[in-house]
Write a protein of this length. Structure first.
Length: 267
């Protein structure tokens, strides 16, 4: 029990030493903080000197400025500027050409699709008892002048089941193909033979026939790339050779003599 007071006194002395050391360290920090504040104030109050350019950097800038003042340097700068100007000019010119070509193309397409009128005028039986002769008519309504039209072979198809079967066809006259100068009107004949065994009968007693006229149209006699393809399909119901008119009238309740063909709208 005699060791209790001795331990308390030693503990009190140790705490006092720690307190004294902490107070001493606090005073030291306060002195350093005060010195730092004085240094900051002195730096703020001191006049600022301009930053000197290192000699090597100054020499480099001087050489560059001297190069720009020399005739060779000015020539290089002018050449670069001219290159940019020429490049910009070429770009604008190319854009202008593309715009002109696009406008010319649209004008040609408009002439081929709207100013060129194609009509199926008639279909009559051919004397051979197997073939038919059809007449196509073209009309140029464009005020811009003649159209140059290449006549391609006219294709004729007969529906058999769910498919279209192409049948033989040819120009009625020799030389019925080639390029024509269409000023006003032009008509040409095509002979075709619808020799199909099992043709589709959508209307009693009539074949379902498609006539496809493919043309190449230009506004120049010797065109380059300025050519437009014009495709015109015609759909008709065609009465075959040897058909029984009375049977057709009875089955379709048609009055009068059944016509050779019945035109239909594109479908």
């Amino acid at each position: 029990m005699s060791e209790g007071p001795v331990d308390k006194d030693a503990l009190i002395r140790d705490l006092r030493r720690q307190l004294a050391a902490a107070q001493s360290e606090a005073r030291l920090l306060q002195r350093r903080l005060g010195a730092g504040r004085e240094l900051i104030e002195e730096l703020r109050a001191a006049p600022r000197k301009p930053t000197a350019v290192p000699p090597r950097v100054a020499a480099t800038l001087g050489r560059r400025l001297g190069l720009l003042r020399s005739p060779a340097g000015l020539g290089v700068v002018v050449a670069v500027m001219l290159a940019f100007v020429v490049d910009a000019g070429v770009g604008r010119y190319q854009a202008h050409l593309v715009k002109q070509q696009r406008q010319a193309r649209l004008q040609l397409e408009n002439a081929a699709m709207r100013s060129l009128y194609v009509e199926l005028k008639r279909i009559v039986p051919d004397p051979d008892g197997k073939s038919f002769r059809l007449t196509l008519s073209m009309q140029n309504t464009s005020p811009a002048g003649p159209l140059y039209v290449m006549l391609n072979p006219v294709a004729v198809y007969v529906q058999s089941g769910m498919i279209w079967q192409q049948v033989p066809s040819r120009p009625a006259e020799a030389g019925g193909a080639g390029v024509i100068t269409l000023v006003n009107d032009y008509a040409y004949d095509v002979v075709f033979t619808p020799d199909v065994a099992k043709w589709a009968e959508l209307i009693p007693g009539y074949m379902h026939v498609r006539i496809q006229d493919d043309l190449l149209v230009s506004q120049k006699a010797q065109p380059g790339d300025d050519v437009v393809e014009r495709r015109t399909p015609f759909y008709v119901y065609l009465k075959p050779h040897g058909a029984d008119d009375a049977d057709i009238k009875a089955r379709s309740k048609m009055s009068g003599t059944p016509p050779v063909f019945i035109p239909m709208p594109p479908h």
